[in-house]
Design a protein around this ligand. Structure first.
Ligand SMILES: Nc1ncnc2c1ncn2[C@@H]1O[C@H](COP(=O)(O)OP(=O)(O)OP(=O)(O)O)[C@@H](O)[C@H]1O
Ligand SMILES: [Mg+2]
Length: 396
């Protein structure tokens, strides 16, 4: 089973390319799902289905053809279905602050809900072996980054906060119920969190396995977009996901028109060269700017041909390297991370509990250390050939 994640800045062409990829996979005979994780859904539009998926009776995947389903996460319906208990709790807390009751619709705007929910489905379908390929059309970069950090956030919460909070609450509830103005969460609330975490269990391993999950970063040949693509690359890498290719969409074909286009073409070519250099050895694919928007199955097939040629299988595994690795070399313990764009000055490293914390600019990631290294702390680090090598030593 393969999970292909399309991410990139707003409007670069994620949905179109994800949908085109779904078409190709299905044509190659794979049971395929294209799932939209973006609150501003347009997967159904890209396929030109002419229906509103949300008006369907169930949130189940909708069949586009024999082997191709699409699904858009309707967070409001999901919250009504699964998270009534949690919302009850959130509301009871909010009420004590003087805020009026929240409607489920308002709860839906709490950050991360959409991503959390998509993650549950991905895990469920993976367990059921329902699909051979799942193509995830993510929201613009910032939100999709939240998507990939979700399981670790929840995992962290479960490990560090949950047991303590639960113990404390058990002890204080009989007393607090009489005197506290704040309603304490009932046990039901915890069983919901537990249930949630069980639903998510294992999904982080799926995402971190390069044989299963690959990230495809979509960009346009523009400087601003390139910067965001680099940031996204670092972030996915820090979270242990393997980016296996860059897709530059909307490349102006050469030899079109007048000097206006010639200038534009030249500036695009410059940025394309920069992109190739930055991301080497990752393959950088180019997709031309088309004269019409990509709407409906025929146009999606055409886009798939431009992206994959006549033959290529989008699910082929081309990169098996994990973004970070642990090793013991000549008696020394090292952690390696691919960090192609980070300058030395912006990298921070420290140890917290049994985790190595890596900070690159404003991005931070806790990396769980293998048990052979939990008693060690980062002693030295060097950045060479786009790889950060951290040497771990005993603390004195
Ligand atoms: N190569 C292309 N040439 C011309 N039009 C394109 C190309 N790729 C995508 N488009 C069109 O550009 C528009 C935006 O594309 P799309 O919806 O796929 O981007 P997106 O990254 O998913 O946007 P959002 O961040 O808003 O979800 C659509 O109308 C699509 O048909
Ligand atoms: Mg989109």
């Amino acid at each position: 089973m393969r999970i292909l994640l399309f991410s990139g800045k707003g409007g670069v062409g994620k949905t179109s390319l994800a949908a085109a990829t779904g078409m190709r996979l299905a044509r190659l005979g794979r049971r395929t799902l294209v799932m939209s994780v973006d609150p501003a859904h347009s997967v159904a539009d890209a396929f030109d289905l002419g229906i509103d998926l949300f008006s369907q009776k169930t949130a189940d995947p909708y069949p586009v053809s024999d082997r191709l389903d699409v699904q858009e996460i309707n967070i409001q319906a999901e919250i009504r279905r699964y998270w009534r208990e949690i919302s009850t709790y959130v509301m009871s807390v909010l009420r004590t602050t003087g805020l009026p009751d929240l409607e489920a619709e308002e709860l839906a705007i709490l950050p991360g809900m959409e991503e959390l929910c998509a993650m549950m489905y991905v895990n469920q379908y993976a367990r059921q072996q329902r699909y051979e390929a799942m193509v995830l059309d993510c929201a613009p970069t910032a939100e999709s980054l939240r998507f990939v950090s979700m399981p670790t956030t929840l995992d962290w919460y479960m490990k560090h906060i949950f047991p303590v909070q639960r113990r404390v609450l058990k002890a204080v509830r009989p007393l607090a119920n009489r005197v506290s103005p704040v309603e304490l969460p009932p046990d039901r609330y915890f069983s919901n969190i537990l249930d949630l975490s069980q639903r998510l269990e294992g999904v982080d391993q799926l995402l971190a396995d390069p044989i299963i999950t690959s990230v495809r970063l979509v960009t346009n040949p523009e400087k601003m977009v390139l910067r965001e693509t680099q940031r996204a690359f670092v972030y996915f890498t820090l979270h242990g996901l393997t980016v296996d290719r860059i897709v530059v969409n909307r490349v102006l074909p050469s030899g079109v028109g007048n000097s206006f286009f010639a200038d534009w073409h030249r500036s695009q070519q410059q940025i394309l060269a920069e992109i190739e250099e930055y991301f080497a050895p990752l393959p950088v694919r180019r997709v031309p700017l088309l004269t019409r928007e990509v709407l409906g199955r025929e146009r999606l097939e055409e886009l798939a041909r431009l992206l994959y040629g006549d033959e290529e299988d989008p699910a082929a595994v081309t990169r098996t390297e994990r973004p970070y690795s642990f090793a013991k070399e000549n008696g020394r313990y090292v952690v390696r991370l691919q960090l192609p764009f980070a300058g030395k000055t912006e990298i921070g490293l420290f140890k917290k509990g049994d985790e190595l914390v890596v900070q690159v600019g404003t991005l931070r990631r806790h990396i769980g250390l293998p048990s052979s290294m939990t008693h060690l702390a980062p002693a030295r680090a060097r950045l060479e050939n786009k790889i950060l090598t951290v040497e771990m030593k005993e603390t004195v």
